[in-house]
Design a protein around this ligand. Structure first.
Ligand code: ADP
Ligand code: MG
Length: 254
């Protein structure tokens, strides 16, 4: 297995707040890593640090061995690192296929418009958006806007795809569909970091968990171990998780 991503003492300060505080871990090729933590733990900040949106104030980020700490977002995308946005933000007036084509162009995956649209069509089929391909993105349901985020990410032909709460707000059938899609993407060899606050969802796809709390990494390991870690239970999961340990609670939310 080769290393895809490494954070080395990565920190991000916003004024007096350390949103990410001295975080170190690595992700190996082919892993599906679940990134957990309560609201405000620093999960989205970690994605922003890695993708160059809010670069690290201290520490370093390596992608396939190269130091990308200070690189611009489009440069990082071109290397093969794509992310979805927690707040889905398609270009509202552009059609679905135009949005996906823009993803391909942003990451330098297409030489021109025709190629970008060919690629976009492929990813629209893969994500089940054929019926809305020519509709303005603003007219899509939340579930389909989330799929559009997947399609845009995939159009960047990523080596690593970071999914930031792609299941938030979806009903259980829609979540199951999204999980099937995530498995399909992983089966193609794409390394995945999935951020999610629904425990059941993360556990069903992740081979490893990393937990953040107040910007710090408090646990890193296989799900069986991390979900039994006292610090994790206390800091994040609290009493609700006790229900799962007892074989009860189905979906646990932060
Ligand atoms: N651009 C920003 N400016 C100032 N504070 C921010 C910014 N982004 C995030 N934060 C703060 O950093 C902390 C971590 O936020 P975030 O990474 O969004 O957490 P999570 O995604 O785990 O819910 C929060 O306290 C949040 O208010
Ligand atoms: Mg977030």
């Amino acid at each position: 297995m080769s290393e895809v991503l490494r954070l080395q003492g990565a920190s991000r300060r916003f004024g007096g707040l350390m949103a990410l505080n001295n975080v170190s871990f690595a992700v190996q090729e082919g892993e599906v890593l679940g990134l957990l933590g309560p609201n405000g733990a620093g999960k989205t900040t970690l994605v922003n640090v890695v993708t160059g949106v809010h670069p690290a104030s201290q520490g370093q980020v390596f992608f396939q061995g190269a130091d990308i700490t200070k690189r611009a977002p489009h440069q990082i995308a071109r290397l093969g690192l794509a992310r979805t946005f927690q707040i889905v933000q398609p270009f509202p007036k552009m059609t679905v296929i135009e949005n996906v084509a823009a993803g391909a162009l942003f990451a330098g995956r297409a030489g021109g418009m025709a190629e970008a649209f060919d690629l976009a069509r492929k990813h629209i089929s893969f994500t089940g958006l054929d019926d809305v391909a020519d509709k303005p993105a603003s007219t899509l349901t939340l579930a389909k806007r989330k799929r559009l985020e997947f399609a845009k990410g995939l159009a960047m032909n990523p080596k690593l795809l970071m999914l930031d709460e792609v299941n938030a707000g979806l009903n259980s059938t829609e979540v199951d569909d999204a999980l099937a899609l995530i498995r399909k993407i992983a089966a193609q060899g794409v390394t995945i970091i999935i951020i999610e606050h629904i425990m059941k969802v993360v556990l069903s796809v992740s081979s490893r968990l990393v937990v953040l709390h107040h910007g710090e990494l408090i646990a890193d390991g296989v799900p069986e171990k991390v979900t039994r870690d006292r610090k994790v239970i206390e800091a994040y999961l609290g009493k609700k998780y006790a229900q799962i340990l007892g074989g009860e609670g189905d979906v646990v939310e932060a």
